[in-house]
Ligand binder design. Structure first.
Ligand SMILES: [Zn+2]
Length: 204
C-alpha cells in the first residue's frame, strides 16, 4: 500500500495543480471521451500513456486478451457488453479501438491451455476467440503467438458488429471501429488496415 500512497502524494503535489482546472471542468460538464478502447488487463499496457491522453479522453474497457464477446442479451453478467452499451449508447463515443498486444498471457492460454492454477474462468472466457485460435494454427512458429494476438483483435472487431446498436451506428457513419496491436518490448503501435494487415501507426 505504501507504494500507492507515495504515488498518490506525487499526484496531489505534481499532477493535481497542473490538471485541477481540467478535473473541475470534467466534473461540471461531464465526460465526453473521443475513443472507447477495448484492451487487455496486462499491467505493461497503459493506453493513456501510449496515446498521451488526459483524463476524460479515453473510456478504457479492460479484460483478459481484449476480447469482445458476441451480443448475448441474457441474464448473465456481461461486464464488457455493459461497458460497450454505456460508451456507445449513453456517451455516444464516435470511435472504438480494440488494442491487442505482444506477449499476451490470455492469448498464450488460448494456444497452450490456461495455467493449472487458474482453472475457473480463463478457459471459458478465451473460448470467445476459438475462431482466432484456429486461424492462428495456420501460422508457423515462432510467429504463431503474435499471429493469434492479431486474429483475436479481428475476432473482437467482428463481434462488435453483432451488437445491433453498434452496427447501426457504423452504417450511419456515426461510429468507426479500428484494430491496433502494441509491442511491449519496442513500444511500437501497429494499426489494422482494411486489407487485414497490421501496419506501423507512425506510417498511418
Ligand atoms: Zn494480454
Amino acid at each position: 500500500m505504501q507504494k500507492l500512497i507515495e504515488g498518490y502524494r506525487q499526484f496531489r503535489t505534481q499532477n493535481w495543480p497542473e490538471q485541477k482546472r481540467l478535473y473541475e471542468k470534467l466534473a461540471i460538464e461531464g465526460q465526453k471521451p473521443h475513443t472507447l478502447i477495448v484492451t487487455c488487463i496486462d499491467s505493461r499496457l497503459d493506453p493513456s500513456r501510449i496515446f498521451d491522453a488526459a483524463p476524460g479522453e479515453l473510456l478504457i474497457v479492460r479484460n483478459v486478451a481484449n476480447l469482445v464477446p458476441p451480443y448475448e442479451p441474457d441474464i448473465m453478467r456481461h461486464g464488457t457488453s455493459a461497458a460497450l452499451e454505456f460508451g456507445v449508447q449513453v456517451l455516444e463515443i464516435p470511435q472504438i479501438v480494440v488494442m491487442g498486444h505482444g506477449l499476451c498471457g490470455g492469448v498464450k492460454a488460448l494456444l497452450e491451455g490456461a495455467p493449472p492454477n487458474a482453472p475457473d474462468f480463463i478457459t471459458p472466457w478465451m473460448a470467445i476467440a476459438d475462431a482466432a485460435r484456429k486461424r492462428a494454427l495456420t501460422c508457423d512458429e515462432p510467429q504463431r503467438q503474435e499471429c493469434c494476438e492479431h486474429e483475436v483483435v479481428k475476432t473482437s472487431l467482428a463481434n462488435l458488429m453483432t451488437y445491433p446498436w453498434i452496427a447501426k451506428r457504423v452504417a450511419a457513419g456515426k461510429l468507426t471501429l479500428r484494430g491496433a496491436w502494441f509491442a511491449i518490448a519496442s513500444g511500437r503501435l501497429r494499426l489494422l488496415n482494411p486489407d487485414g494487415v497490421f501496419e506501423d501507426a507512425a506510417e498511418a
